[in-house]
Design a protein around this ligand. Sequence first.
Ligand code: ADP
Ligand code: ADP
Ligand code: MG
Length: 454
Amino acid sequence: MLKKLLIANRGEIAVRVIRAAQDLGIATVAVYSAADADALHVKIADEAVHIGPPAAKKSYLDMNALLEAARSTGCDSIHPGYGFLAENADFSDAVTATGLVFVGPSGRAIRLMGDKVSARSAAAAAGVPVVPGSAGRVESIEAARAVLEETGFPVMIKAAAGGGGRGIRIANSLDEFDQAFPQAQAEALAAFGDGGLYMEKVIGRARHIEVQILADGRDAVHCFERECSLQRRRQKVWEEAPSRALSDALRAELCASAVALAKAVSYSGAGTVEYLYDDAADRFYFIEMNTRIQVEHPVTEAITGIDLVAEMLRIAGGEPLRLSQGNIRVKGHAIEVRLNAEDPARDFAPFPGKVGDLRIPGGPGVRFDSMLYSGYDVPPFYDSLLAKLIVHGETREAAIARLVRALRELEIAGMKTTKPLFLALAADPAVLAGDVHTRWLEGWLTDNAAALAG
Ligand code: ADP
Ligand code: ADP
Ligand code: MG
């Protein structure tokens, strides 16, 4: 078992990982930038190390500073959380080369599955259907034009190293494509340090459905699916499980394909295989694998009773997978909403600032994962996620009723947050019917801007 863990992250996910480690009796070391000296993860960890200035490049993305913090505090392991270095194969290798345990897959597995292009090839080779598109990276605009014959329009240009909804462009015509392609290349290079691009046909009116995996390098199990079709700018805002769009047969097929893929690459740790599901055609397509814990993992924890972060720590500590597929069962329905420091009435403009009185919802079926406390000053340097509200009920209807109850109870004084968006969505007939797709919310936002402003 691991003895002392450095958490190479901040915000709610650092808090989440510290809690899991403490539950297992593992000592914890937080790291913080100059902007995060007062952050909750720093307060609740056993120790904390200052690693640099606010800019992430000089703190949370500084591998040497992180490795030195782990060394100086006598850690035997590092958990990367999500974002920052979580899907950086070189970081996984560097941690291992230092003699520490990386709580996540090997550099080899991250290189294979974290790169969206090689993951597409690995999926296709494992017999998992992928979205029609380029066979590999498209190196030139001439090569890209040839792929258009297969995809048609609209087409997606995606960054091989993209993530978090960034690095994706849509072109509706050859003119748009010729303009967008070089821009996408330059942007990908600037944002991800890798200008590699690939192309996919746009799957219209699809649902985003993803399968949670746990694996130990030999064996792999799935913890069923989550549906994350409510998105803004290709970022999830509301996630739930199970998906009501899947028949039992299709669910079994989808989950089995994710397990096959994890086994094919000898995957170790927690991972998520993401798909688009076209209900009308009843077809699913692999889009990517996230080789890390995901923001929305608590939804799966709620319906399965599994502590995914604790399982990651056990696997990293060398324990074989404790779960067998037959013992993983789904109970009820869970929903998570992302409370961001953003003003929905002003096109989701970021809203950093000081938290006044805080009232956190509770009671049966309610979980609140956050980095908030009253008096906390939310710094402007990082992503805007403040908290996640997760509700669980016997049925989807019961979960939505709890969501509304908990949102009404929640008060984050002094801040603009995405709470009004979720109250409005929880009353919307299409959301209540589960009749949504990945582009649905953007249309809804255009039609309901006035309601959110009010
Ligand atoms: P999830 O995939 O877990 O649902 P997101 O897509 O929102 O969640 O990503 C989680 C976090 O990781 C976000 O803060 C996002 O900005 C960040 N992230 C994901 N992939 C990358 C990447 N390739 N480069 C930089 N940040 C990323
Ligand atoms: P990221 O790494 O940013 O999470 P993904 O490849 O997972 O990027 O795509 C993010 C979202 O973009 C998906 O959930 C979906 O809404 C949309 N998307 C991605 N690829 C396609 C596609 N080929 N057709 C339609 N929508 C897509
Ligand atoms: Mg994705």
